[in-house]
Write a protein of this length. Structure first.
Lengths: 158, 86
């Protein structure tokens, strides 16, 4: 939509006009950055089809994606909210520990692998969702499964 | 022959003053970041996510894992406006 970034943008305008009633409303996802990062691979595991649909729609829309891809966007939001709700119901403690650790560590996933292993196990047992990193070469161990994280600050949290 | 500790007292005073001011600044920075370690290497994505956190919780470093956004969240994304040239 915006062809260029606005300059000297100290002024903000908050438009409180609600959306037209012809567009079905969807409840926005209420998770902030650390829980969302923590749950992101599980959202990707369950919602891959909807996410790919949305990205394809935006790419094909040639700049009009914000207007034309609202339907796919609603599906993405509902799917992500569904995953978050399931994680909250079944694995709340591990989830909270993991995203608290991420928040302490500049949102860097490699500092919190120990807690991530607990979360991955819990989510796999309860929700059958597994974290995979797309684009890992076939002959290498994925980074989240390696024993030693070379950039982690402390040995304890690996 | 012992070490001349009276001559080293001024160095101790200087070191102590550096230590106290450094600790005080570090504590202030810790408190300003919501009792967490400050973020570093914040890029545009992180700035945008922290702005979203502020819209969700009211604090720049606040976090919440609720599924539903608070009411009014859909409308609180500001338009950045600039003075126009005519």
């Amino acid at each position: 939509m915006a062809a260029r970034e606005p300059r000297f943008n100290q002024h903000v305008l908050i438009d409180t006009t609600p959306m037209p009633s012809s567009i079905p409303p969807v409840q926005e996802v209420g998770a902030s950055s650390a829980p969302l990062l923590s749950a992101s691979y599980f959202i990707g595991a369950r919602c891959k089809a909807y996410n790919d649909d949305f990205m394809k729609c935006k790419t094909d829309a040639n700049g009009r994606g914000e207007i034309e891809c609202l339907k796919e966007g609603r599906k993405v939001t509902r799917c992500a909210a569904g995953v978050l709700e399931d994680i909250n119901k079944s694995c709340l403690e591990e989830f909270r520990k993991h995203w608290t650790c991420l928040d302490d560590n500049n949102q860097q996933l490699w500092q919190c692998r120990r807690l991530e292993r607990g979360l991955n196990k819990c989510v796999f047992d309860n929700l059958k969702l597994e974290k995979t990193i797309p684009g890992t070469p076939e002959n290498e161990v994925p980074v989240h499964l390696r024993k030693k994280q070379i950039f982690a600050h402390s040995l304890l949290s690996q | 022959m012992g070490i001349p500790f009276e001559a080293l007292i001024p160095y101790g005073v200087m070191l102590g003053m550096f230590a106290v001011s450094g600790a005080a600044l570090s504590k202030i920075r810790h408190m300003q970041n919501g009792d967490k370690r400050p973020r570093h290497s914040v890029d545009a994505w992180d700035k945008q996510m922290m702005d979203r956190d502020r819209r969700l919780t009211g604090f720049l470093r606040g976090q919440t894992d609720s599924v539903k956004a608070p009411p009014g969240f859909e409308l609180s994304n500001p338009w950045r406006v600039e003075p126009t040239f005519t």
